[in-house]
Ligand binder design. Structure first.
Ligand code: SF4
Ligand code: SF4
Length: 425
């Protein structure tokens, strides 16, 4: 694609990066069928190619208007288009640049600004989310429908998967990883991180908590509040660094979207002389929990040699439908890593059609674009339930909370199932 970037951006780092990405797009359109919003709306401007064109216009200094913002807002940042693109166009990076530019140039309605501000000020803070959850039940009738559903969603009493709370094991192994607990997950699904720590403990790795850490920064970053996000990144770098200096071998996260963000710290802090070297190392050590367990499959296999998967109430092993989050498959490129671990543990995986398509959660998307997110959720739940599973498993807290709104089946993080299988208490 030919470009002629405007003076205000041409010689900036963002301008140079955007220019290279724009030039790599050959307009072939192979990405269109992979794009959930194009498939739903049928509008070229809601496709990757159309959005690339809108961002090119912004970068070339052409006037931008409300519709530019609308079509960029409707993008899920799922990056299915990247997986489909034969030219390797780095759409996600271009979108980060384009969204920040659109945010500067196109005024938002006050209600939209307020909603986005409140999301940034509440969701990345575990304590604030817990308070909202406590208040939420009482205040539910006053809340927007999508937020109300998320706050009041109850796990169904299926009885197939124990619902207890795992305890965090004391560190006792020479091998140590840092487990970044994140922000909203401990409030919404407090069992996931301790369950992961238990599984790691069983294979000879101690998971160490990181006091002073918090939100990975993804939420603010994807709402185009880049400096706010960078402050969160720096806080995490400061909190993680002393532990890495004393020999922790990886930084592990159980939410795949946060793992993808952590892996990107090196790019996002590369221009900060005080943080770039440490961010580079942290990015290199960032791991989704699936990567750590796959890398230690032999140790896990020895443990799994004894015992059986929990039984399905219909006979045989527990039937699991695995939903692979976009962050796992399109951002981290970890397609097909979790499924063999669940199969090795004896669970019966059920088929899930259209597995590359987003469930509609996409960070704050389900709260900001409820109609499109609702349509994607219905399609995703229908695909997940088609194989008559007993439980739905996923790898990301946002997807877990979103899918719970659309199904009567239990929805769990897959590592919780593994913890149950290993008899972790
Ligand atoms: S992003 Fe890739 S697949 Fe889509 S039009 Fe450009 S080159 Fe083709
Ligand atoms: S990131 Fe997802 S929603 Fe956005 S253009 Fe690409 S495929 Fe479409």
């Amino acid at each position: 694609m030919q470009t002629a970037l405007a003076d205000f951006v041409r010689d900036t780092p963002q301008g140079r990066e955007a220019d290279a990405i724009l030039r790599s797009c050959v307009h072939c359109g192979f990405c269109l069928p992979a794009c959930p919003t194009y498939r739903l709306l049928g509008d070229e401007l809601d496709s990757p190619r159309g959005r690339i064109y809108l961002m090119k216009q912004l970068l070339e200094g052409q006037p931008a208007s409300g519709p530019t913002l609308l079509h960029l807002d409707r993008c899920l940042t799922c990056r299915a288009c990247e997986s489909a693109c034969p030219s390797g166009v780095q759409y996600g990076k271009l979108l980060d640049i384009g969204r920040a530019l659109a945010e500067e140039r196109v005024p938002r309605p006050a209600s939209s600004r307020l909603k986005r501000y409140l999301l940034r000020k509440i969701v990345p803070h575990t304590g604030r989310v817990r308070t909202l959850l406590r208040l939420g039940t009482a205040a539910a009738p006053l809340l927007p429908r999508t937020l109300r559903a998320r706050i009041t969603a109850q796990e169904p009493a299926g009885g197939y998967v124990p619902t207890g709370q795992a305890a965090w094991p004391e560190p006792r192994h020479a091998r140590r990883v840092l487990l970044l607990e994140g922000c909203v997950q401990p409030a919404l699904a407090s069992n996931i991180n301790p369950a992961a720590a238990q599984v790691l403990d069983r294979i000879g790795i101690s998971a160490v908590r990181v006091p002073g850490s918090g939100c990975c920064g993804a939420l603010s970053y994807h709402l185009a509040a880049h400096e706010e996000a960078r402050a969160q990144l720096r806080r995490n770098v400061d909190a993680l660094w002393p532990h890495l200096e004393t020999g922790a071998e990886a930084v592990v996260i159980t939410a795949s979207a946060c793992a993808a963000m952590l892996a990107d710290y090196r790019r996002l802090l590369r221009d900060d002389p005080d943080y770039s070297a440490r961010a580079e190392r942290i990015g290199a050590l960032a791991r989704d929990i699936s990567q750590v367990l796959a890398a230690n499959a032999a140790a896990l296999g020895k443990l799994l040699g004894t015992g059986q998967a929990p039984p399905s109430p219909r006979g045989g092993a527990l039937r699991v439908a695995f939903q692979a989050p976009c962050s796992l498959q399109h951002h981290l490129k970890l397609t097909g890593v979790v499924e063999p671990l669940l199969t090795a543990a004896g669970f019966a995986l059920t088929p899930v059609a259209d597995g590359h398509t987003c469930c509609g959660s996409a960070g704050t998307y389900s709260l900001l674009q409820p109609q499109l997110a609702g349509e994607l959720l219905r399609a995703k739940v229908s695909a997940l339930e088609a194989g008559t599973p007993d439980v739905i498993a996923t790898a990301n807290i946002g997807c877990l909370a979103h899918i719970r709104n659309g199904t009567s089946l239990p929805v769990r993080h897959w590592v919780e199932l593994l913890a149950v299988r290993l008899g972790c208490g």
